[in-house]
Write a protein of this length. Structure first.
Length: 245
């Protein structure tokens, strides 16, 4: 079977780390991103194909879905993300809408991906969920983000149930703190390293995650070694769900 992978939010962080692993396995991979310069750098580093689109808009969703219809798609990773902690009482409608619009794009791009996989005879999908969907953390008040990610976990289970008969497996990973550009929304670059390092002890394993820690698990869930795994949300969190220091 001809294979092709597509990763939204694939120009950096966990998405790009997963793309690198798929490319290394010889699977042609396209990454979707909003920023042209970041996409160009990703292509230079890895050899991935790139597609620029703003998934916060209907035009962006439509463009990606039209592109999906041209691919022999067998692997899809929904890794587009946004994170900006803010107290519940301070959340505005605009804050809320950022997360819900991202979920909307994830839903309909996943739908287009699944439809294309049905034509291909099957495939595998991995959503990037979050540890924050499982529990609240006082240091990072994230009600709307967590609500959105809990929806991603629920979507994973429903897609797995409905798509299993089409030979499509759907799983998710739920990371804790991982060193990715997502924290630039609220942490200045000059204190990024020390800020993230302050969360090392939060994880029982003694350190925050690196993008490849999550990518290794996503790669496993995408490949045939996991062909009896579907509808699962895997905690890839340095032990945080077992207990916190």
């Amino acid at each position: 079977m001809t294979q092709h992978a597509l990763i939204t939010g694939g120009s950096s962080g966990m998405g790009l780390a997963t793309a690198k692993r798929l490319i290394a396995k010889g699977i042609p991979t396209t990454v979707i991103g909003r920023d042209a310069a970041t996409l160009a750098q990703a292509a230079k580093e890895t050899g991935v194909a790139t597609f620029q689109a703003d998934l916060s808009t209907q035009e962006g969703i439509d463009a990606v879905n039209d592109h999906i219809a041209t691919l022999p798609l067998t692997h899809f990773v929904n890794a587009a993300g946004y994170f900006n902690p803010k107290p519940f009482l301070d959340h505005s409608g605009d804050d809320y809408d950022i997360y819900m619009n991202l979920n909307r794009s994830g839903f309909f791009v996943s739908q287009a991906a699944a439809r294309q996989m049905v034509k291909q005879g099957g495939g595998a999908i991995v959503h990037i969920g979050s540890m924050w969907a499982h529990q609240a953390i006082a240091a990072t008040p994230s009600s709307a983000y967590s609500m959105a990610k809990a929806g991603v976990h629920a979507l994973t289970q429903h897609m797995a149930m409905e798509l299993g008969s089409h030979n499509i497996r759907v799983n998710a990973v739920a990371p804790a703190v991982v060193r990715t550009p997502i924290y630039r929304n609220f942490v200045p670059d000059d204190v990024m390293d020390e800020t993230l390092a302050s969360f090392d002890g939060f994880h029982p394993i003694g350190r925050i995650g690196e993008p490849d820690d999550v990518a290794k698990v996503a790669e496993f869930l995408l490949n045939a070694d996991a062909d009896w795994v579907t509808g699962a949300v895997w905690d890839v969190d340095g032990g945080v769900m077992a207990g916190r220091n």
